[in-house]
Write a protein that binds this ligand. Sequence first.
Ligand code: SF4
Length: 266
Amino acid sequence: MPKRVQSPSSINTYNQCPRKYYYQYIEKLTTLPNIHMIRGNIAHSVLEDFYDITLPEKDYPIFFKNAIQKLLVHHWQKAEPRLNKLTLTEDQKKFYFEETILMLMNWTDHFITSFKEELQKNLSPTQAFHQLTPIREQRYHSTEYHVQGFIDAIHHLEDEVHIIDYKTNSRFDLKKEIKLQLAIYSLLYLEKHGHPPSKVGIFFLRHKLKFMTVDPELIDLARREIKLIHQNTESAAIIDYPRKTSPLCKYSTGQCDFYHTCQPKK
Ligand code: SF4
């Protein structure tokens, strides 16, 4: 059987529970959307479109904040059909919308600080905005490693390249799943460009940007995990994908997408 193309999320799913990987990537059972997933997509679309705005002549901070709010309203409305399929009350919808505004305003405050720093280097507003504009939503795919990833933002600075992923997580730490995702992005970047990025990081939208340095150990982690996932997923038989029960099977506000099919307690 040809090797499956893996991704940070498929590898993390396997590591969380091989049976869950089986249902999602081999049986390809449908997964249910949830508010966190939809809201994450909305926030990503807002940040992607933000860099396409046309700059005004003045009043940049207010303009940036208004632009983000308008983009959020636009993408929230566009997502209404999906949001309406969730069983959220109007109060819950309002809560998530307002929480998303707060996260994006927090990001905008950081952006405004960086924009002012660029202006202080004697750049024009247009040059400063251009300087801060990353390459967005790039698909990286490795035929050697059979792995792919979508990178949210790639910033080219004077002599450094920074790769950034946006997250709406409430926890502000580079836990092992995130470290693996960033390790795989580093490897993919290295393979395509012949050199690794200088830094990889997460912009936690509720908090701030958190970087980690790319070193040989991080690249080795990606190589090791990719090799392992290919070894572990050669079979298409359910028996080769044992259940790994954990608090993520069922928790106070939700459950694994495949809880009913899996019946982990039987
Ligand atoms: S319910 Fe638990 S054991 Fe079953 S697939 Fe989901 S995570 Fe794995």
